[in-house]
Design a protein around this ligand. Structure first.
Ligand SMILES: Nc1nc2c(ncn2[C@@H]2O[C@H](COP(=O)(O)OP(=O)(O)O)[C@@H](O)[C@H]2O)c(=O)[nH]1
Ligand SMILES: [Mg+2]
Length: 411
């Protein structure tokens, strides 16, 4: 089994979830095909990013919000009264097919869902490991080959080296089976991920506890918000959502659909409105209503577009005008299929927006799940959740041992 193409494993094992979800209805004007990242040997852009050459002015009311937001920043108390454009769920919407939200999949045990989701990654890894170690003594050449395999699986050079060092120390010149190597792999992955597998703690003293969801286009922000809103609602928390991706009507509608499904009111403004103003209104309203949690969606942005990162900083500044301690969690969603580029995203979003935690999505659609290990080792940021599918049950708190076992092909 030397064929490393994911498709090979799919053909071999069959019955997997779809390789990649259809392109979302994303046409963000500011997301042309990602420019090759200096650190990324994987230039392939996420297939769901639709390149658009030029910003498209969106229909909408006259744009007055930038001034409004500057007013917020300049004036001291009392705060200016926000424009009366906050809409909640009063308007019944007829969601277009393009924002269709998948219904709940039959619930299996989480480990089975995780292992199924990670199957492409684990097949790639274990298949390659087996091919390296079939009837071989552990010598320098084998260890080199193993390191290559692990690096190709996006685990990162440090982890690849650590695994091969452990084997060199314990097993050099002895027969080693793929099984032995997988055990060392699982142990090392767990060691790296253990410290970052931290739950998202909602501090009840913060009302609302404000969660800002950020990330590149199509990385799973809105879907993750829906899944998270559902979890929090089940815990009995009163949740409000803010449709901060004001660039596209479809993005607003997509969040409204999740709001309906999870019984959470959604604060919206017409497409084209200023996202900072919307965030201001949302925090104000959630506070006035005594909500437990407010989750603010944002438009996708590439980390290398400076003006868009400025816009994100502005959203955060404006949120702080209402509550200086907010946002209480700034979650970066990472699409696992983007591979190495995710490292760059964590770095830049971390610098610009103060990321407090990560959510890795689409682990079910890629053979590159190992990237989470590289990210954990490099940044040490908490990983709160991982997504292994599109439906509401496909987001779970992240546990290092389950992930390690699943990616090493454990049962
Ligand atoms: N397979 C899979 N698809 C996902 C996952 N999370 C999100 N998606 C899909 O990815 C696409 C983009 O998600 P969306 O939430 O709209 O991304 P956003 O642009 O960051 O808000 C949608 O088709 C989602 O259904 C996941 O964990 N697994
Ligand atoms: Mg979105």
């Amino acid at each position: 089994m030397t064929d490393k193409k994911p498709g090979f494993f799919k053909r071999l094992f069959g019955g997997e979830p779809p390789v990649q979800t259809p392109a979302p209805p994303e046409t963000r004007p500011e997301t042309p095909a990602p420019a090759p990242e200096p650190v990324a040997p994987t230039p392939a852009p996420p297939p769901d990013v639709v390149p658009e050459p030029e910003p498209v002015p969106l229909p909408g009311p006259p744009e007055t919000t930038p001034d409004y937001v500057e007013d917020i920043e300049e004036q001291s108390t009392p705060q200016p009264q926000p424009e009366p454009v906050v809409e909640t769920m009063a308007v019944a919407i007829d969601p277009p097919a393009m924002v269709e939200v998948p219904l709940e999949a039959p619930r299996q045990g989480w480990f089975v869902r995780l292992a199924t989701g990670l199957k492409r990654s684990s097949d790639q890894l274990t298949g390659s490991i087996t091919s390296v170690f079939t009837k071989r003594k552990l010598d320098a050449a084998t260890l080199d080959e193993l390191e290559d395999v692990l690096i190709q699986a996006d685990l990162g050079i440090e982890t690849a080296t650590a695994i091969s060092e452990t084997l060199r120390r314990d097993r050099f010149d002895r027969d080693v089976s793929g099984e032995d190597v997988r055990a060392v792999l699982a142990a090392e992955v767990e060691k790296v991920l253990g410290p970052v597998a931290l739950p998202l703690v909602i501090d009840p003293a913060q009302k609302p506890f404000v969660i800002l969801m950020i990330g590149v286009n199509g990385s799973g922000k809105t879907t993750t918000i829906g899944k998270l809103a559902q979890k929090l609602a089940v815990e009995g928390k009163s949740v409000m959502l803010a449709a901060g991706d004001t660039f596209r009507a479809a993005a607003i509608e997509q969040l409204q659909v999740w709001g309906q499904r999870t019984n959470a009111p959604v604060i919206t403004r017409p497409a084209g409105a200023d996202a900072s103003g919307l965030a201001y209104d949302a925090v104000t309203q959630a506070k006035a209503e005594g909500r437990d949690v407010l989750i603010i969606d944002t438009a996708g942005r590439l980390q290398n577009r400076d003006e868009l990162m400025n816009e994100l900083e502005k959203i955060i500044r404006v949120i702080k005008k209402v509550d200086p301690s907010a946002p209480h969690a700034t979650l970066l969603t990472l699409d696992a299929t983007t591979g190495q580029n995710a490292l760059r995203q964590v770095e830049i979003f971390g610098q610009r927006a103060g990321v407090t935690g990560l959510v890795m999505t689409k682990l079910d659609g890629t053979a590159r799940g190992g990237i989470l290990v590289a990210i954990a080792r490099k940044f040490g940021l908490p990983v709160h959740f991982i997504g292994v599918g599109e439906s509401v049950g496909d987001l779970e708190p992240f546990t290092a041992s389950d992930f390690a076992r699943a990616i090493a092909g454990g049962e």
